[in-house]
Structure formats: C-alpha cells, structure tokens
Design a binder for this molecule. Structure first.
Ligand SMILES: Cc1ncc(COP(=O)(O)O)c(C=O)c1O
Length: 444
C-alpha cells in the first residue's frame, strides 16, 4: 500500500495518524456504485463519492454528453456578457425545476463558492439599499456550508476555531438535534419550541435590522446527518418572515433528490428566498455550484447591479459549457430516467435495514431520511456518553469497513451512509450486511 509520505499530496479533512499507519486508498476506476483501487480490489462506495456521484461512477449518458460537449466547445467563461448557450440553457433549466416560478441563477464551481457568492449578493444589496449594517448571517451549530472564508464562517464546527472563524457578522444558533440536545423530560415538540424561541431571542438581541439572512440545510449533512426536529421549519419560518430575514436553503447535499424529493425544501415545507446547490447537480462528473435566487430578490439585485454597472464578482470557470452540458443531462436522468423514483422506491427498505442497528449496545441513534443516514456510536447507550476521542472511533470503524470492502465515512462519532440513487435493494443488503460484520468486529 502507498504510504502518505510517498507523495507530495497535501491531505485535507484526513485523519493523518491513521493515514500514516495505513496509507491512502488510491482509487483508479468506478463501475456503477462500486470503485476499484489500484490493486483492483472492489469496494461498494456507500457515500456516492462525497454525496455527489448519484448516478454511479460510469454513467454512459453523462460520459457521452461530456465527450460531445468537449468536441463541440471545450471551455469558456460566462463573464462580460459572453457565455456559451449551454450556460444559458442550464440557468433556465435550474429555474424550471426549482421551487421558484421565476428567478435567476449564478453559476460557480463549488458549494463553498456559491455560499460566498450569496453572502456578497446580500451585502451588496443591503449596502446599496441604504442598510450598510444589515450584514449578519445566522447559521446553525453543526451546519456545514463549506470552507472558503465566508462559507467557513457559516460552518459552525469547532475545527474552524483554528483559523479564527467565525469572522465578524457571522452568528451561530442552535442545532435542532433532539436526541443530542433535548433536555431530560422535554418532549420533541417542546424542544422545537425552545429552538424557535432561542432564535427569536437571538434576532432581537442582535437587532433584526442588522441581520441579512438565515441559512440552513434542510437536513444537516456533514454535521452528522441530522434531520430537523419535529415541526422545526414550521416554527422558525414565521419568525424569519416577521423580521423580514431572507431564508437561504443550503441544498448542496439535499438538492436533486437525496431526501426523496427533488428538493429538501419540498420534504420539509420550506419556502426559501435563495437556494444553494452543487454536488448532484452534475452527478459528481464536474465541479459546479449554483446560487438560485427567487424573482423578487433577483429583480431587486438586478436593479442595484445595473445602478452599480455590474455585480463585481465571478469565477473563470463558472458556467463552464462542459459542466453545464453535464448538469443538463444529470438533471434529466434524475427526473426522467428513474433516479428520483428509485430513491423513493428503495428508501423505506434502506431505513428498515438501518433500524436493525439500534439493537447494538454501542449504537446510540440511527437517523436519516431518503438515501442519507447516520449511525452514532456511544460508549453508554443510556446516558449517551460518547467514546473518548470521538473522531478516533468513527475513523476506526470506517477503516475496518474499508478492509471489509465497504467505503463509508466517519463523521466524529457517527458513520454516514449516502449511497447512489441507482442502488438496488440487493445492493442495500450487501451494504448493510457488510456494516453488520464491521460493527460486530469493532465492538467485540
Ligand atoms: C450543505 C453543504 N454546503 C456547502 C458545501 C460546500 O461544498 P464544496 O465542498 O463543493 O465547496 C457542502 C459540502 O459538503 C455541503 O454539504
């Protein structure tokens, strides 16, 4: 096996101790939901790459479209009013399939870039509307929104302290995870009420006139797959409306089918003002992010930008014609070639098998929706006391799982499963049978 120090690669989000011990897993190809390492060992990738390869790793339609587009027009930017027709077609398609009747789309290369773009739009809009102090953005503890400067400040995870984040104007509120943060004898309804009350108190304390937006993932993904507590969005949306605070739905993970509907917003009755998308938008075949803005806000922003002469922002590769051609095809196959239907079809079985893991002494909670789930490991199931060195336990189980031919991701004390939208029931069995084996080995 390759050792980490045998290459000049600098690893991000990688447990370096275990990397040094085990070396990297170097993948050389993929077929359907499986990947193959350089020794030709086969793995079921239960994480769809990184939540994105929803159509599998070798979808012929996506490959064909990419090849054709490279032959037709291999690359261009989308700035200064010059752009490819694929870029325009994709923007129209995204609005057509979005929850908005009308609106505008800004294309970039990642979820992080999309979030930073959204922040700059809100700041520019508010400044030019005469509200220079309306800059604060509220996000939630355990929310993950990316790694660029703005996005990192939205991401409310302890590891960001090392960079001195959050920056000024970024505020973090509660994570609505009832199992973890519910008080003794508190019902889930009362917990949600407490979350909503805390949010309103925070808004009043900060001054509603200084708050530019509230961002939330419909289901927190990289925070550990945390669906909102019961009625959470029903209770917080009226508060946001009351104080005229735009709601930004970060659909980077949930968007394009993951929760069993095209949008997580549909699953939880969320009425956002802005949607952030990425990942499954190109089925993992091209880097892309999108800021999708509903008409009212988009019109206002267009007006302000015209007065300013432009929105002084853009990325060289944003709206790349090959990426756009791939995204058009990915959207088509998700909606019209049965991927979304399959998510709906196999999800109940996926959760039936997931529930089996509640029987283990050291699994504290299993949770999820659609084709996303987590199993959280605890030392003591009754008290929910975590294992010492939370990170290490997730990493240990994930590494053992890889040895058993199943790639799943450690997230602190949790193991995450988010398979491809093309997964079959038999493959779900293969995935969970392998995980049973690993969990039994891990806790003997
Ligand atoms: C909800 C959410 N937002 C934003 C991002 C950042 O996206 P990227 O890694 O493409 O910058 C992620 C990445 O996982 C995400 O899950």
């Amino acid at each position: 096996m390759l050792k980490s120090n045998s290459s000049h690669h600098l690893y991000g989000f990688t447990d370096l101790k275990s990397l040094n011990e085990r070396g990297p897993l170097v993948i050389s190809s993929g077929k359907g939901i499986y990947v193959f390492d350089i020794h030709n060992k086969k793995y079921l990738d239960a994480n769809s790459g990184l939540w994105n390869a929803c159509a599998g790793f070798d979808h012929p339609g996506l490959i064909e479209v990419a090849k054709k587009q490279y032959e037709k027009f291999a690359g261009y930017h989308s700035l200064f009013g010059r752009l490819s027709e694929e870029t325009l077609t994709l923007s129209d398609k995204i609005i057509e399939v979005s929850p908005f009747d009308e609106g505008r789309v800004f294309l970039c290369n990642s979820g992080s870039e999309a979030n930073d773009t959204m922040i700059k739009m809100l700041w520019m809009l508010n400044l030019r509307k005469g509200n220079p102090h309306k800059r604060k953005i509220i996000s939630r503890i355990n929310g993950y929104h990316g790694v660029t400067l703005g996005a990192s400040s939205l991401t409310a995870k302890p590891y960001n302290e090392v960079f001195g984040f959050p920056l000024k104007d970024f505020i973090h509120t509660d994570c609505p995870h009832f199992w973890k943060y519910g008080l003794e004898n508190e019902t889930e309804e009362n917990f949600t009420k407490r979350m909503a009350d805390n949010l309103e108190t925070l808004i009043l304390k900060e001054d509603p006139n200084t708050i530019a937006g509230f961002i939330a993932e419909p289901v927190q993904g990289a925070g550990g797959v945390i669906p909102p507590s019961k009625n959470y969005f029903d209770l917080i949306q009226p508060i946001l409306r009351k104080y005229k605070i735009p709601l930004i739905a970060d659909e980077v993970i949930c968007g394009f089918g993951r929760t069993g509907n095209l949008w997580g917003c549909e699953t939880y009755n969320i009425n956002p003002d802005i949607i952030i998308a990425s990942k499954c938008l190109t089925a993992g075949f091209f880097p892309m992010g999108a800021v999708i803005v509903k008409k009212e806000l988009a019109d206002e922003f267009q007006d302000i930008s015209e007065k300013e002469e432009e929105f002084p922002h853009g990325f060289t590769a944003g709206g790349h014609p090959v990426g756009c051609a791939i995204a058009l095809k990915a959207i088509d196959i998700i909606i019209n070639e049965g991927l979304l239907d399959n998510v709906k079809y196999v999800s109940p079985y996926f959760h039936e098998r997931l529930n089996e893991f509640n029987a283990y002494e050291h699994i504290g909670e299993t949770r999820g929706i659609g084709l996303m789930a987590a199993l959280e490991m605890v030392k003591d199931k009754k008290t929910k006391e975590p294992f010492e060195g939370n990170m290490n336990m997730g990493d240990k189980v994930a590494n053992m799982s890889i040895d058993n031919g199943l790639i799943c991701r450690p997230l602190g004390p949790a193991i995450v499963l988010c398979p491809q939208f093309i997964i079959t029931k038999n493959q779900i069995d293969e995935m969970f049978d392998s995980l049973h084996k690993t969990i039994k080995e891990a806790f003997v």
